[in-house]
Design a protein around this ligand. Sequence first.
Ligand SMILES: Cc1ncc(C[n+]2csc(CCOP(=O)(O)OP(=O)(O)O)c2C)c(N)n1
Ligand SMILES: [Mg+2]
Length: 669
Amino acid sequence: MTNDAFGDTPFPVRVANTIRTLSMDAVQKANSGHPGAPMGMADIATVLITRFLKVSPDRPDWPDRDRLVLSAGHASMLLYSSLHLMGFDVTLEDIRSFRQWGSKTPGHPEVHVTPGVEMTAGPLGQGISTAVGMALSERMLAERFNRDERTIVDHFTYVLASDGDMMEGVQAEAISLAGHLGLSKLIVYYDANRITIDGTTDLTFSEDVAARYEASGWHVQHVDGHDHDAIEAATVVAREDSDKPSLIVCRTHIGYGSPGKQDSSSSHGAPLGEDEIRATKEKLGWPVEPAFLVPDDVYEFFGSRRAVLTRESEWWDRKLGDMEQEDPALFADWQQFMSGKIPAELPLPTFEAGKSIATRKASHACILGVADTLPFLVGGSADLAGSNKTDFADGRLVSREDFSARTIRFGIREHAMAAMCNGMALHGGLRPFASTFLVFSDYMRPSIRLSALMELPVIYVFTHDSIFVGEDGPTHQPIEHVAVLRAIPNLTVIRPGDAAETAAAWEIALRRKDGPTALILTRQGLPVLDREKFPGACKVARGGYVLLGEEADPEILLLASGSEVALALAAGETLRADGVRARVISLPSLEVFEQQPESYRDTVLPPTCTKRVAVEAGLRLSFDHYLGSSGRHVGMDRFGASAPAADLAREFGFTVENVLEVAKAVLDA
Ligand SMILES: Cc1ncc(C[n+]2csc(CCOP(=O)(O)OP(=O)(O)O)c2C)c(N)n1
Ligand SMILES: [Mg+2]
């Protein structure tokens, strides 16, 4: 439609009103969704996409693009409208299909579904925390690849966050670390509309958010979130601040422009309704018909902006070309970091049979072993570095003074650690791992779930994996955690049975591209199996394999993972010495095993052999499928207790005698 239809509304306001009206029309058509926040944040988005955001719709994966994270994922229509205007492959037809099966415009933004969407967001607090990881990656890569002659990594991470984001705990962890590290290229716009689903924030939220951020080392500004010039001026200041992340508190009005629903939670999560849409468009000076209207000059503006941005990305390519010419070694490194390629041979350690080695210790040897070959591998622990054994050998730590290091100290912030690792994986260029005690995986589960949903190859190193942590007692003894992690789709859980299986597990984790891996490791030493006597640990690549008792017609199957493999083996050897055709199966990864062809699974677990015992110091849940109604489980169905590990083993039945007794009962049944 030509410009006459919009009266004397200034151009930038027309852009904002385009976002507002596209958002309310799409929600109306879908008969579901969230119009209020997009209408309230439209002015902030307009300033960002017309004046600042460095992205190229022609090249959504441009490595040096600014990252725009919509932390308030429910405001997805704000993002889709903006992407459409900028010229990403999000058409008006896609917007008309908002929230429909197979559309490019799902209810909440999803990273691999829509070009230009940087992350899957919706669980409040995750977006802003993930963005901290993106901003950290930017600094770490800048330190590695920028030179006086040329700057290859130089972009901002912009976040749009809501009241809900500011209330969530994970956000508090993440912004604390962002302030500590001085991630100055992180800019958060806080959509302070003082409304949430249940009403006004007066009901629940009276803290001084700005003061909290200031106290955490952030630079804080306040603006009228509908005043374009004020938003622009604050953004300029935020971009110039060189040692602090920035919060711009934007006082906004949810449902801006709606005569009946502005400033009301009724605009949060339901269509405005035809009458209210009519009234809103009239108030905004917008033609009531047709719906999904974009003024011609808005398209024209973004057409030229797109050309400018395309040129900017080509200019960046030329800088990269200069790097290739002038510093081929650095260019080769750049390519290695960006591809994250894992070579065919990995220098993983081998271990001497018969020794007792904790799998967390074996895991450390793996990290140290591949460190030089995989310089893009970075990570750290949530204040348990010495216990998790995940530090790189150089002893250097990532800090606001030194972003060239590889070991990250996350502090006691498990949830933010996982969200930040997601951000680093999304950013590209670095391969992150996160570590803590397995029992605290609960503290990071929402972010692990998002790693899996976003198909990010984050590696989780969980140590102290069972009651055998001993004296620390039930608070520190995971029982249900392995089963719970196994329940997350697309998360590969590997609980290796000895040091050699640990190296094989790391290899699987490193080679995984399309999802996270959780390595479940012991605190205590485990015997390194003699691989001359037993099959090679490379069989971990099949998820499960026969350790002992290869004959085709076993009488009983003993299944085990992790620290219980040696126990099952001892029981199996005793049974065999008694003439029972017992088979012992190491099952480090149920997910990997389930991906094997049925023929392989059937040779490992012959369907005809229904006499089965599983030994794992955790819940029976994940083994039900293998045990059927006749099988038995030697495991944990209650919380543990504070005592030395040997006493716990005796009390809870993790002894050869008990496993034999259970096996005999199964055989006799
Ligand atoms: C972790 C989490 N808890 C609950 C929700 C459900 N939810 C969606 S939006 C929202 C709060 C809305 O308030 P605000 O963040 O201020 O957004 P606004 O209403 O201003 O758009 C809630 C509780 C969620 N998305 N994520
Ligand atoms: Mg709000």
